[in-house]
Design a protein around this ligand. Structure first.
Ligand code: ATP
Length: 254
């Protein structure tokens, strides 16, 4: 579990993230929401240790995040950034195999469990049929699922994903979120995921942390966020809720 204390991160003399205190990772799925530029990716890249705060302290399970070795961190935290690098020349399977890097033995030998983890990740993301195609030649959404498969193959207890559903059609966005929430529920994974879709977050998250101008503006259960006033303040737009029998109401712009 992460503990953040007195975190500050600035760019060009402007503080883009200021968090006095925040614990993350004790719930199954935590969704991070907020308007564009509110600091979501900055927060995620800090806890993924892709970036460092200018001030403050981040611990992971009680140890300073800075002090965790690179391989040990990769075994505990799998991170999917918003902007993914090009994958020229790699097949989908080769891309997914990269996720096994922190687990491979001395001399980088492939063990049966590495192959099994890759096959399992391909199956879980519905990517098996495309495994031998060049990742570059698959559609944006198919490639996104291959990246998610790579993340699953890494087999880390904490998954950090920055807008993983952005390139996905509705059905696959729900499928991927369903998969992440099953990993949390059935396999004890802790998922921290940036989303823009309030309704997707309300459906799958156990906790929502919403940022506004670099500050935590809401932190709690999805129910509490599904309030036109709270949403209106957060996104600076009039919102209304459409009730649905037996399901969370649907938030729409009024
Ligand atoms: N490397 C950088 N250099 C300068 N400014 C940056 C840099 N990275 C982020 N910022 C600024 O910090 C602020 C927060 O950015 P961040 O990417 O964390 O927002 P976000 O909530 O993830 O936005 P979005 O929803 O658009 O992805 C923005 O104003 C952004 O312009």
């Amino acid at each position: 579990m992460y503990e953040l204390t007195d975190i500050s991160r600035s760019h060009d003399g402007r503080e883009v993230l200021g968090i006095p205190r925040l614990s993350l990772g004790s719930e199954g799925v935590t969704a991070i929401l907020g308007h564009n530029g509110s600091g979501k990716s900055t927060l995620l890249s800090l806890i993924a240790r892709q970036d460092r705060p200018d001030a403050g302290r981040i611990t992971l399970d009680g140890a300073a995040l800075d002090a965790v070795g690179q391989k040990a961190l990769a075994r505990r935290v799998a991170y999917l950034p918003q902007r993914l690098p090009p994958v020229a020349g790699l097949t989908v399977r080769e891309l997914v195999r990269l996720g096994r890097f922190p687990w491979r033995g001395a001399l980088g030998r492939w063990r049966a469990e590495d192959h099994a983890a890759v096959d399992h990740a391909l199956t879980e993301t519905g990517s098996t049929d495309r495994a031998d195609r060049l990742a570059d030649e698959t559609s944006g959404g198919e490639r996104q699922r291959a990246w998610i498969a790579m993340l699953l193959a890494q087999d880390a207890p904490i998954l950090l994903l920055d807008e993983p559903t952005a390139a996905l059609d509705l059905a696959h966005a729900y499928e991927v979120m369903g998969l992440l929430s099953r990993l949390a529920r059935d396999r004890g994974r802790r998922v921290i995921v940036i989303l823009h879709d309030i309704n997707l977050a309300a459906r799958f998250a156990d906790r929502i942390v919403a940022l506004s101008a670099g500050r935590v503006a809401y932190d709690g259960a999805p129910d509490g966020l599904l309030d036109p006033q709270v949403l209106g303040r957060l996104y600076d737009v009039d919102m209304e809720l459409l009730p649905r029998a037996g399901k969370p109401p649907f938030a729409v712009v009024a």
